[in-house]
Design a protein around this ligand. Structure first.
Ligand SMILES: [Zn+2]
Length: 385
């Protein structure tokens, strides 16, 4: 049982907790040296953390070189609490119940369902009930990913469904005690990469589906801009006076380089009724010339977008989260080949290791950062995707 489960941890408590998480196994004396806090403070803070069930004492460490007593070691207890994370797509709902370090307890997935303002709450309530039954510890946060623009937990604009017509945050907070978060899916995916997949301090993650969104993380903090619209890289203009885009501009990147544009183009070129990532993979396996040409074109156009991202945000890593790029890793080198500027060429470009689960992990990350009051949180996942 976690005492005072929703309280905001004070700064020194979070500092100690972060050191224990980062070092996996650490003594009180080492904590004092690392954090600069005196031994009495470390002793009092670790007592609180032990009482709250967030850490436990384990085994005996090695004695210091000066000799003396062997210290008791401390470890973080990821099973102290659980988190609920949801991804609400246009026609699906994915949910995960996980411990604080992202270890999954239970997941659910409902496909080909109608998601709109009328159905979303009953879908969520049912899913929360299904998952919560398996929670043998307190739930300390719930995060819901929405495919659209979200500002301060308020859904501002969802072009593909009408979730911007209800106050989902209010609906959820009136029903559940734990802290609730509503966030954009690409933002969450980037936070998932930051906490669970990469060691880097700054990154931009590109979520490429029907549109192209980006999440920007700087030392554990999501950079969302004044209105929650930072990272809308899909609406950066590639061709002035180009194709019309629903955003109101012409020639936006996502009208040329999104996965759905690639599928439509290939369906036309190959005279197929339907193309998705598995059809693309099949065409590549047969070394289909037209497909390879279209993919090279896609990688080139995407590299223009990535070049702009790098010029604006200067991240350590750019993560590409696209089913096409994940199943065809060779495309990454095409992107890299086109990133020739002095600014862009030192940035690491890589495929997402979390894939389609990145958004759910991002929800867990956001709740966990809040619960532990640690921004620069890093966990190594036991099972990677
Ligand atoms: Zn646009």
């Amino acid at each position: 049982m976690v005492v005072n489960k929703y309280k905001i941890r004070e700064q020194n408590e979070s500092l100690i907790l972060k050191s224990i998480i980062d070092h996996e196994n650490i003594s009180r004396a080492e904590l004092s040296t690392l954090t600069g806090l005196n031994k009495a403070s470390v002793s009092s803070i670790t007592k609180t953390l032990l009482d709250d069930g967030l850490i436990f004492e384990t085994g005996i460490g090695s004695a210091s070189i000066q000799g003396g007593r062997k210290p008791i070691m401390l470890q973080f207890n990821p099973k102290a609490a659980a988190i609920l994370s949801f991804d609400i797509g246009i026609d699906y709902l994915k949910g995960s119940l996980a411990y604080l370090d992202g270890t999954e307890i239970l997941s659910i997935q409902k496909k080909r369902i109608t998601v709109d303002a009328k159905t979303v709450m009953s879908l969520l309530e049912q899913a929360i009930e299904e998952l919560s039954i398996k929670a043998n510890v307190e739930i300390v946060g719930l995060c819901t990913a929405v495919h659209g623009i979200v500002n301060e937990n308020s859904i501002v604009f969802t072009p593909y469904y009408d979730l911007d017509t209800i106050d989902l945050y209010q609906e959820l907070t009136s029903r559940y005690d734990y802290p609730i978060f509503i966030e954009n899916e690409a933002n969450l995916a980037s936070l998932g990469e930051y906490v669970f997949s990469l060691d880097s301090k700054t990154l931009v993650s590109l979520s490429i589906h029907s549109g192209i969104g980006a999440g920007i993380v700087d030392h554990g903090i999501l950079r969302k801009g004044q209105y929650g619209e930072a990272g809308e890289i899909g609406h950066s203009i590639l061709y002035p006076n180009g194709k019309k885009c629903p955003c109101g501009n012409h020639g936006c990147l996502e009208q040329y380089a999104s996965n759905s544009v690639l599928y439509e183009t290939l369906a036309k070129v190959k005279q197929l009724d339907y193309v998705d990532s598995s059809v693309v993979k099949e065409l590549i396996d047969h070394a289909d010339t037209e497909t390879l040409q279209e993919l090279n074109k896609n990688a080139f156009l995407l590299s223009v977008g990535i070049n702009n991202i790098i010029a604006i945000y200067d991240p350590e890593v750019v993560v590409i989260n696209s089913s096409i790029y994940r199943s065809n890793p060779a495309l990454l080198s095409v992107v890299e080949h086109h990133l020739t500027s002095r600014i862009a060429r030192k940035v690491l470009i890589q495929n997402s290791a979390l894939g389609s689960q990145a958004t759910l992990y991002g929800g867990i990350a956001l709740c966990c950062q809040n619960f532990l009051n640690i921004r620069e949180l890093k966990f190594h996942l036991q099972n990677s995707y």
